[in-house]
Every structure is written in C-alpha cells, then in structure tokens.
Design a protein around this ligand. Structure first.
Ligand SMILES: [Zn+2]
Length: 175
C-alpha cells in the first residue's frame, strides 16, 4: 500500500462513499478495515443489544469493530457487482481491487448475504447494477403496457370497422 491514498470520501447515492482519486490497478490493496478487535462471540452478544453495521467478522474467533470514523474503509459501500473484495493478509483485513478501478469510480465490495438481507433488502439495494436492473424492469413493464394498450386500441378499431361494414351492408340491402 502506498502512502498517498488513492481515494477520498465523497457523496454517494446512499450517503458517503469512497471514490478513487486515480486509476487503481487490479489486485491493489486499497484500504485497511481498521478497528478494535473483539471476540466474535462477544460481538454477537453486543449486536443483540445495539445493532452495529460496522462489525466485520474475520473468523469464528475475531471480529473487527470498524465503527470509528478513522476507519476510512467503513465508507466503502456495498455493491452486488463490486470492484473490490475483503482479503485477510498478514492478520490485517484489507479491501483489494478485483478489477481495474478508474479515477472517479466508487470503490465497492459485496457485504455478503447476511448483511444484504438484514440491512439492504428491506430498503432496496441502491447499487448501480440494482438500479439498472430496476430501470430495465420498469422499461420492460412500460413496453408491455404500451403493447397492451395499442392491442386493445387495435381491437377496438377493428370492432368499429366491422360494425361499420355491417352497417354498410345493412344499408346496401335496404336500397
Ligand atoms: Zn445491489
């Protein structure tokens, strides 16, 4: 890890986030998830008393409490298709780039199923891929609705034409 941080804390869709201030190559260690180490069993007890979304379970024995604002890694938001991942290296937890991250991009990791179901699912995930997925679903729904509307318009028109033809026939017979 270099001395100069390749990121800054900035505004994201969900509050604050961590953004690349220069291109970051794949496999680069970006930021360490720092915090007080507590025993995992203790962390679980504490969570019952007060939910803490910055608890990072390293393994069955140790958990990092990353709630401190000095822990800049706490600003890394979740994404369902992230560009970084948590790696345990030499006893330290770091977020490492899983692909090339471009300057200005938000740095994201997958928080895992448990966190997702607990904190994100109830409010709807706001990561880019989920927003795009929802946008696409809405677009398809609009398209289907438009198709249905035009079909019913067509069948109404057809019905009208049939009625008109019948009317004409009637008139024709009469004369
Ligand atoms: Zn998502």
């Amino acid at each position: 890890m270099t001395d100069i941080k390749p990121f800054r804390v900035g505004r994201s869709r969900t509050g604050l986030g961590l953004f690349a201030t220069r291109d970051i190559a794949r496999d680069t260690d970006i930021v360490e998830y720092k915090g007080r180490r507590i025993e995992t069993t203790k962390a679980k007890e504490l969570e019952w008393v007060r939910p803490n979304r910055y608890l990072f379970e390293i393994n069955s024995r140790w958990t990092i409490d990353g709630a401190s604002r000095r822990n800049l890694a706490r600003y890394v938001n979740h994404a369902c298709r992230p560009n970084a991942e948590a790696v345990l290296t030499g006893g330290r937890m770091v977020y490492r780039a899983t692909k090339r991250i471009r300057e200005g991009d938000e740095i994201t990791v997958d928080y895992g199923k448990e966190y997702f179901n607990l904190y994100l699912k109830p409010i709807g995930c706001l990561c880019l891929s989920c927003i795009e997925k929802r946008r696409e679903t809405r677009r398809l729904a609009r398209k289907r609705a438009a198709r249905r509307a035009s079909k019913s318009l067509q069948s109404k028109r057809r019905a009208k034409t049939i009625r008109k033809t019948k009317a004409r026939r009637k008139t024709a017979r009469r004369t």
